[in-house]
Ligand binder design. Structure first.
Ligand code: SF4
Ligand code: SF4
Length: 380
């Protein structure tokens, strides 16, 4: 049986979060089960971009602090790091509040800029990765994901949090190489198995629903989740917000690859009762992805089944971040005739639907439109 601890916590008040974190980790056997004196522990928060905590884009600094304190208390040597989608990790950490906490606790930033080539024999989709040196420099990784929606994989959960272990712009190369959600999810599972965090602590006190992982709305979920099984944890999130776990590719491939289980009969829930924590009207895409994952599908059909990113021109400030981040050559979102005073335009003939543009837009000006045909097919 895999164990997932659900701990109700309604605020980011540090005393409340400390109590919740201690209770959750204790239910899984206590901090000493994961590290002891001298263990080099790397904390991997979700630090997607530099945004303030109220936007619910990143792991909240109170959760980061409470987990760090637990490991410092057992004598571990703690560092932290992530590779954001855009900008430097230090700048993102400063805006998110994580940098000031790490300075107060005197824990250093680990090296996520230098990439190390690692061969991973057990990989199913990918056997060779360039990962952050920090991962290989430490004994234990503790993953601190944020509960959020995601345009490409439905959820930014425990498994996907480790995509930040790929340094900088190399992340875009995976989108080019693996343009469909299934193959990308399989790669994420391989990467997660390689990084192999020993413990996942998910910040779901305030989650993000809707246009995640950056442009969605904060949603109060009032809980922290704890597990050493990322698949069980992500499947439990699905049950909390009413998505069928079968429709989340990282869950299915993770289960198949032996990373964990999504079966309710194999997951023991600890802590607070899940019934009182469920929010079934959570705004998330519930339709299955399978409708457009048939091999050899015609572009004509694909364009009518796959969600499209589109720009709300009134919200766009013409910053060009989406153009910079688009991984295709030529760019599939670009300035119309080079005019940088107007919103960029999408080219759906070349767009691979990786949704990186939607992910990074600082103004939440890019939304995903689900085509009518897909809504009819999926019936959700
Ligand atoms: S990132 Fe967003 S705000 Fe910036 S140009 Fe693109 S659509 Fe406009
Ligand atoms: S336009 Fe957006 S969704 Fe399309 S390939 Fe570029 S970044 Fe990805």
């Amino acid at each position: 049986m895999s164990k997932v601890a659900l701990i109700r916590c309604g605020t980011y008040d540090i005393e409340d979060v400390r109590r919740a974190v201690k209770r959750g980790i204790d239910l899984l056997g206590g901090t000493a089960r994961f590290a002891d004196r001298g263990t080099r522990v790397l904390l991997k928060p979700n630090l997607l971009v530099g945004d303030v905590p109220e936007k619910c884009v990143n792991t909240h600094p109170s959760v980061f602090r409470a987990v760090a304190e637990q490991f410092i208390a057992v004598g571990a040597t703690v560092t932290w790091g992530d590779s954001p989608a855009i900008g430097s990790s230090t700048a993102a950490a400063k805006k998110s509040g994580i940098l000031s906490v790490s300075e107060e606790l005197n824990i250093g930033e680990a090296d996520f800029r230098t990439g190390v080539e690692v061969f991973f024999e057990k990989g199913r989709q990918n056997k060779k990765f360039i990962i952050a040196k920090a991962v290989t420099d430490n004994d234990v990784v503790i993953s601190l994901p944020k509960m959020k929606t995601h345009g490409f994989e439905k959820l930014t959960g425990a498994v996907k949090n480790q995509f930040g272990c790929v340094p900088g712009v190399r992340k875009g190369e995976y989108h080019i190489k693996l343009p469909d959600p299934d193959s990308f999810a399989q790669m994420l599972v391989d990467l997660n198995n390689l990084v192999n965090p020993m413990l996942y602590v998910m910040d779901g006190i305030w989650a993000m629903e809707g246009n995640g992982p950056r442009g969605g709305k904060p949603r109060k979920m009032n809980l922290l989740l704890f597990s050493d099984d990322p698949i069980a944890l992500d499947a439990t999130v699905c049950r909390l917000i009413h998505i069928d776990p079968h429709y989340v590719p990282t869950i299915i491939f993770g289960h198949q690859s032996g990373s964990g289980t999504f079966l309710e009969s194999e997951i023991e829930l600890l802590g607070d009762d899940i019934a009182g924590l469920k929010q079934t009207d959570f705004d998330v895409e519930r339709a299955p992805l399978k409708a457009y994952q048939m091999k050899g599908i015609l572009r004509f059909v694909k364009n009518r089944l796959v969600p499209k990113p589109y720009i709300i021109e009134d919200k766009c400030i013409s910053c060009g971040v989406c153009v910079t981040m688009c991984p295709t050559v030529p760019k599939s979102v670009d300035w119309f005739k080079g005019d940088k005073t107007r919103p960029p335009a999408h080219n759906y003939q070349t767009c691979i639907r990786c949704f990186c543009c939607q992910e990074v837009c600082p103004e939440s000006a890019i939304l995903l439109k689900v085509p009518l045909l897909r809504r009819i097919f999926s019936g959700v």
